[in-house]
Ligand binder design. Structure first.
Ligand code: BG6
Length: 368
C-alpha cells in the first residue's frame, strides 16, 4: 500500500504530479474556467470586492501563495488569515466578500468556526477541500474539491500542492468573471498550471541528491529558511515541515527582514535554506536575494540554495545547490516546495523518527 516506500509520505510526495493533474482536470472547457462543483455564478464572482483566505497549517501557506496570484490577476484585495485568529477578531465582511476556506480534511475545528463566522456576516464562503462530504464543504456556499487522493502522512504534501492549484483556479475564475484577464490570457495561465505536473515530475528526479543532503544535515540544531515574494510562503512551509517531522527548530523568514532581526541568528555553520526566484522572471527580486545570501554566507552560514536550473549568478554563494526547472514566477512554489518536503522527511528518517506519524500531531485537529 505504500507503493514500495518506507513511508506513506514519500509515496505521497511522488504522487504530486497526479494530484495536480487530477485537481485541474475538467476545469477548463470550451475556452473557459469551469468550477463545476461550485454553486457560485459569474454574477456572484463579479460582485466580489474582497477575498479572505482562512485556513490552518500548510493550508494557510497555500493561501499565502495564492494571494500573490489573485491580487495580480484580479486586482482584488486578498487577506490570508489563520482561521484561529480570524474568528476572534472582528473581520470586516459583507455579502461582497468571498471567504475561501482551505482544508485538506474539511474537519479542522478552527477553520469550520471561521466558516460559520463568515456566513453569519453574510459573506460568501467557498470551501477548498480534499475530502468529499466533510463538514466544512457542507456548511459552505460552494465547494471546489482538490483531487489529491487520500493523504495518510500527517504532514501535508500532495494536498498542499493541490490546494495551491485549486486556489489558483479560484483566482482565474474571478479574473475571468471580472474581465481583469482576457480569455486567451486565462487559457494560457491554465495551460501553464497544467504543465506543472511535468515540472514537478522533473523535480522528483533530484530526490536522491536532496536525501543525501538531508542525511548530512540530520544533526543540525536549527535551520533557517529565507524567501521573497512567493518564495516567502515556501520558506514558511519548508520550516513547518522540518518542525513537524524532524522536531528541529526551524523558522521561515521574508529575506527582506534579515537586517531587522534574523541576521543576528546567523553563526558559523548554521544551515540556511534559500528559495531563489527565477533570474529571468523578477530580476530585482533575484538580485536582492543574491545579496542576502552573500551577507549570510560572509557571516558563516552554510547556504542551501533552491534555484532555477542554469542560474549561474547564485552558484558562487551556494554551499549546496538544488536545481528546479524554470517555470513562471507565480508557479514556482509548486516546484520549490518539493525539495523542502523531501529534505524534512529525510532528516526525520535519519534521526529515526516516524515520518508518517510525528509526535504530538494529528492529521486533523477537530478541537479548537
Ligand atoms: C495539521 C496537519 O494538524 O492541520 C497539517 O498536520 C494541516 O498537515 C493542518 O495542514 C490543517 O489541516 P486541514 O485538514 O484543515 O487542511
Amino acid at each position: 500500500e505504500k507503493g514500495g516506500h518506507e513511508y506513506f509520505m514519500l509515496k505521497e510526495i511522488e504522487e504530486q504530479p497526479d494530484a495536480l493533474a487530477n485537481t485541474l482536470r475538467g476545469h477548463f472547457q470550451s475556452g473557459r474556467i469551469v468550477l463545476d462543483e461550485q454553486r457560485m455564478s459569474d454574477q456572484d464572482l463579479r460582485e466580489v470586492d474582497k477575498v479572505f483566505v482562512v485556513a490552518c497549517g500548510s493550508a494557510y501557506h497555500s493561501g499565502l501563495v495564492a494571494k500573490y496570484a489573485i491580487e495580480h490577476w484580479c486586482r482584488l484585495p486578498v487577506e490570508v488569515e489563520l482561521a484561529s485568529e480570524f474568528r476572534y477578531r472582528d473581520p470586516v465582511l459583507d455579502r461582497d466578500t468571498l471567504v475561501v476556506a482551505v482544508s485538506q480534511s474539511g474537519e479542522t475545528a478552527d477553520t469550520l468556526e471561521a466558516v460559520r463566522h463568515a456566513r453569519e456576516q453574510k459573506a460568501r464562503v467557498l470551501a477548498v477541500c480534499n475530502t468529499n462530504g466533510a463538514q466544512i464543504p457542507r456548511e459552505s456556499d460552494a465547494v471546489l474539491y482538490t483531487h489529491a487522493g487520500p493523504e495518510i502522512g500527517v504532514a501535508s504534501t500532495k494536498a498542499f500542492l493541490a490546494q495551491i492549484a485549486a486556489n489558483y483556479l479560484v483566482g482565474l475564475a474571478l479574473a475571468q468573471a471580472r474581465g481583469t484577464k482576457y480569455p486567451d490570457e486565462v487559457a494560457r495561465e491554465f495551460a501553464e498550471l497544467e504543465s506543472m505536473s511535468a515540472a514537478v515530475q522533473k523535480v522528483l528526479s533530484t530526490v536522491d541528491q536532496v536525501r543525501e543532503l538531508g542525511q548530512r544535515m540530520a544533526d543540525s540544531k536549527a535551520v533557517l529558511f529565507l524567501g521573497r515574494h512567493v518564495g516567502y510562503p515556501v520558506a514558511l512551509e519548508g520550516a513547518l515541515k522540518l518542525k513537524e517531522l524532524a522536531y528541529m527548530h526551524a523558522e521561515g523568514f521574508a529575506a527582506g527582514e534579515l537586517k531587522h532581526g534574523p541576521i543576528a541568528l546567523i553563526e558559523e555553520g548554521l544551515p540556511v535554506v534559500v528559495v531563489m526566484p527565477s533570474p529571468k522572471g523578477r530580476a530585482v527580486l533575484h538580485a536582492k536575494l543574491v545579496s542576502n545570501i552573500s551577507e549570510i554566507q560572509a557571516r558563516g552560514a552554510r547556504t542551501i540554495v533552491i534555484a532555477e536550473e542554469g542560474d549561474e549568478t547564485v552558484r558562487p554563494f551556494a554551499d549546496e545547490l538544488v536545481e528546479v526547472p524554470a517555470v513562471p514566477t507565480l508557479l514556482q512554489p509548486l516546484v520549490s516546495t518539493v525539495p523542502l518536503q523531501v529534505l524534512a522527511a529525510e532528516i526525520a528518517r535519519t534521526r529515526g523518527y516516524d515520518v508518517d506519524k510525528p509526535r504530538n500531531l494529528a492529521k486533523s485537529v477537530t478541537v479548537e
